[in-house]
Design a protein. Structure first.
Ligand code: ZN
Length: 391
């Protein structure tokens, strides 16, 4: 097996020029994740979040553009002789679309994305119309005093649920700007918890964006590295294919995707794996969607080797994840052109797709470190020839 990792002198160059003090980095990440989680951005309606991210890139002196599907793309020019890298995270979040407005003003919705039905009653939601005109609402939960014994432990299917906005008629709802097709999301929330942990409505994948921004800040200062395309992709929670148009246009050799990795250190996740929240960044060795979509990602061996060696060199603990039940848009990106060498990197996350997911800022910071150092380790000799790797 040939080593995929050269001496990461370019990474040292950045590190030498920068104060690696952890707390300011963590504070910056905390501020960014918290702010980003407060911006609604349902799949297909990523405009507000995209504009916020474009501003953030702009403040780093990085120009960006938007493709017709809505992906935000920026390129950090580097060495053309090295394999090019597409580093991406999805901008969108899951939620709902208004399906029907009843005469009494009650709103029925369709699910968009993997919305957990059993966690919906009593949730606060936000009907997303436009900045300054959004309408808050609550998903009704039948009055407990009127709940019959056989209803107590039943999950209410989403078609039976309804949103109460306070309006008493369809006319009032319509005049507030809500109509069939209006997007809605969990009411944005961000909670600072103990031990560097934060919770919020869309840790998936706002925390991934924050890591991307942090990585971009550092990659920009490294002169010897490959071309890096930053892609903030759309519609991942909807159909997992938003990033494909960006990959088709950019034709990267390598795709590194940043997203949640299921933490399995809570009592309800025993047996699902060994990923600990706060235990460091993680890479996925196998993902597959066991509920219909015959797709998933088995990472390219060169990238597994690169990440493993980089983590060791950087003194980072790299956790490993392999499971059925979730997948990311890397599964489609890897199929573009003659194939893109792909890997999913991530940060451990608890309570995924609920309105209050939890992640750890230390994991995010270390994921940024791993991402930057591994990309800095890709040079002209970095081989993507599968025959150079064991099996
Ligand atoms: Zn995600």
């Amino acid at each position: 097996m040939r080593s995929a990792l050269r001496s990461s002198c370019a990474w040292r160059e950045w590190r030498g020029a920068t104060n690696m003090a952890a707390e300011p980095d963590l504070d910056r990440l905390r501020r960014l994740v918290t702010e980003l989680m407060m911006i609604p951005g349902l799949s297909g309606y990523e405009g507000r979040v995209r504009r916020r991210l474009a501003r953030e890139l702009d403040s780093l002196g990085i120009a960006s553009r938007t493709d017709r599907l809505g992906n935000l793309i920026a390129t950090l020019a580097g060495n053309n002789a090295s394999p090019s890298v597409m580093l991406f995270a999805h901008m969108d979040q899951l939620g709902f679309i208004v399906r029907k407005i009843e005469a009494d003003g009650v709103i029925r919705v369709e699910r968009l994305g993997g919305v957990p039905e059993r966690a919906l009653p009593s949730q606060a939601v936000l009907l997303s119309i436009e900045e300054g005109k959004d309408v808050p609402g609550v998903i009704a939960n039948k009055s407990h005093h009127a709940t019959a014994p056989d209803e107590k432990y039943r999950v209410v299917p989403y078609p039976e649920l309804y949103i109460d906005t306070g309006f008493g008629s369809a006319e009032e709802v319509l005049s507030a700007g809500i109509e069939i097709g209006t997007p809605a999301v969990y009411a944005p929330k961000a909670i600072t918890m103990a031990a560097r942990r934060i919770s919020g409505t869309s840790v998936d994948d706002r925390a991934g964006w924050a890591v991307m921004i942090e990585a971009a800040r550092r990659l920009k200062t490294i002169s010897r590295r490959p071309n890096v395309h930053l892609v903030f992709s759309v519609q991942e929670e909807f159909n997992l294919r938003g990033a494909v148009t960006a990959a088709q246009a950019l034709k990267p050799d390598i795709a590194i995707q940043l997203d949640i990795i299921l933490a399995s250190d809570t009592p309800d996740m025993t047996g699902r794996g060994e990923v600990r929240l706060g235990g460091g960044p993680a890479m996925s060795l196998y993902s597959f969607h066991g509920r219909g979509t015959l797709n998933g990602t088995i990472p390219h061996p060169a990238l597994v080797q690169l990440m493993t060696a980089t983590a060791k060199e950087e003194n980072l603990t790299l956790q490993r994840s392999a499971h059925v039940g979730a997948l990311t848009d890397s599964s489609y990106v890897q199929l573009v052109g003659e194939g893109v060498a792909a890997i999913d990197l991530g940060f451990p996350t608890r309570y995924t797709h609920s309105s209050l997911e939890v992640c750890d800022l230390g994991d995010l910071e270390e994921l940024a470190q791993l991402t930057v150092a591994s990309i800095a380790g890709i040079n002209e000799e970095f081989s993507l020839d599968r025959d150079n790797y064991g099996q």
